[in-house]
Design a protein around this ligand. Structure first.
Ligand code: IMP
Length: 195
């Protein structure tokens, strides 16, 4: 254990993401203190989320001497859209939005969808980069439901939780099952091992 808590930076402009991770951090006895920072990053169009996260991390020119991480996520409608919007999630949300996505689906009976998240961490004590991945499976809601969360939350129904969308869940409920929380749990194990 260290004498003092070290700062670890979550580099993100997305306050929702920060809130979710912060809540998870607060629950744990851990030698790090989480701070949000925005920084100029480059977001590439790549074939998978991990590549996007790693490129983003490597594009940061830090003016501090701490560990820091970025997180990238995507929403994949496996059936019937063969994984779309996936790595195009941000662009699609900003253009056609959730309403537009729902119009692309004719038959809601058997939809299959999932979220993926990748945390890319620059770990200063080892001067190395590590990645942690998480996903959550579910389906697409027939209608936009709920005002919590952000992005695709109001149209994603996770498996095993009645018929609520992520948009109808509290942060704590989303954190109990989400892609981001699962990636975080893996990073937590790593941080504990190295404290
Ligand atoms: P980003 O590149 O990781 O910020 O995410 C790509 C797109 O997916 C953005 O439009 C986000 O709003 C959306 N997104 C990311 N994570 C989530 C989530 O946990 N729930 C809903 N939408 C998300």
């Amino acid at each position: 254990m260290k004498q003092e808590k070290e700062i670890i930076y979550f580099i993100t402009g997305n306050n929702h993401k920060f809130k979710e991770i912060k809540k998870l951090f607060q629950k744990e006895e851990i030698d790090y203190y989480l701070k949000q920072k925005t920084a100029a990053t480059i977001e590439v169009q790549a074939s998978n989320i991990k590549e996007v996260a790693l490129f983003k991390l490597n594009s940061i020119k830090p003016k501090f001497n701490n560990s820091y991480f970025v997180e990238d996520a995507g929403f994949f409608i496996d059936d019937p859209l063969k994984g779309f919007p996936g790595v195009y999630s941000k662009f699609v949300l900003n253009t056609i939005g959730n309403k537009g996505i729902l119009k692309l689906i004719n038959d809601y009976w058997n939809t299959v969808a999932h979220f993926e998240a990748v945390i890319a961490l620059y770990f200063q004590p080892l001067d190395k980069i590590f990645t942690f991945e998480g996903s959550v499976e579910g389906k697409v809601s027939k209608e936009i439901k709920g005002t919590n969360g952000f992005g695709y939350d109001p149209i994603f129904i996770p498996n095993g939780l009645s018929n609520n969308t992520f948009g109808e869940l509290s942060i704590e409920e989303k954190n109990a099952i989400s892609h981001r929380a699962k990636a975080w749990q893996k990073m937590l194990i790593f941080l504990r091992k190295h404290q």
